[in-house]
Ligand binder design. Sequence first.
Ligand code: TXA
Ligand code: MG
Length: 347
Amino acid sequence: MTQQHTTQLLQPNESAIELAAQLIKDGNVVGIPTETVYGLAANALDESAVKKIFAAKNRPCDNPLIAHISDMDMMKFLCDEVPKNALLLAKAFWPGPLTFVIKRGGTVCNAMCANLDTIAVRMPSHNVALSIINCAGVPLGAPSANVSGRPSPTAAAHVMLDMQGKIPLVIDGGECKVGLESTVVSLAEETPIILRPGVITKAQIESVLNENVLLADSITSPTETGEKVLSPGMKYKHYAPNAEMVLIKGNKQQFCTYVNTKVTNEHGSFALCFDGEEQMLQCPCIAFGKQNNESCLAKNLFAALRDLDEKKAQKIYAHCPAENGVGLAVYNRMLRAAAFKVVNLNE
Ligand code: TXA
Ligand code: MG
């Protein structure tokens, strides 16, 4: 049974940050802002606190968490030795939206790693997140602060919607600048492999490591039941709005013509489109950015999906972004939100 709480929402002043850190030290879970998405944070060294995160999110316990640190000294809690590639990535991208997976050691608890022999680590760049971690003095386990399966929260109000009554405190750090979760790259395999794409791209990582980096198959294909997965998080239906969503591949004209033929006799159908397509569509739409501005699409996607829920969309026709660079991260989340239902108008 999850304990019932009255959930406070506080602005990130000094006393709120101290309260957040104290609650965490006492074994509680707190909603915190990061530059990517909001996180549900607890002491990564405290098994019973970490289990509360899984309960609040209703997250399957075989899906491990990321340990968030505020300085390199905290690596000692997580591994016996920091591999060379990890140091290179930390130097290039931390603090920032990159997570690496390495062999675990130190005193991190089993629940964090879902009993794997590896641990995922990231140093976020949001000042409030850094202050809370620093003040707590321990690494924090922090998955995205949504109920499992729902779109990740990019504003404190989203966290309140999903977590009200389940946790004692949410700190409001404003809208998340990045809007999609960090890039996850595993350094525990022979060749580095990206398990989850984010705004730090394969090309950027390759140029720092000076070697080829692989992309996990699960980024663009559903995992088969029973298949051994490198990234447990990719097994699950994810980021999904309540409506049935279909991802449409094709140019502006193809997309709009297709949607217009479909929506004539449908109620509750919406288009999730790029800026400038609204005028050509004969159904209610939400535009989430310019097609060629992938960082903007990344920033707005999850809020748009939540908006569609609020508008009680029954069906969503979503225009597919580019499938490379930052676009790959947006595409990956949209594929999952659509449960891999894709219509390719170019075929
Ligand atoms: O940007 C982010 O990374 C956000 C913010 C809050 O920092 N956090 C986040 O956490 O997205 P979460 O738990 O929603 O996603 C963590 C991902 C999952 O796909 C999980 O399977 C993977 O990282 N992961 C964690 N530990 C792993 C490990 N040891 N091996 C492989 N994958 C791992
Ligand atoms: Mg998540």
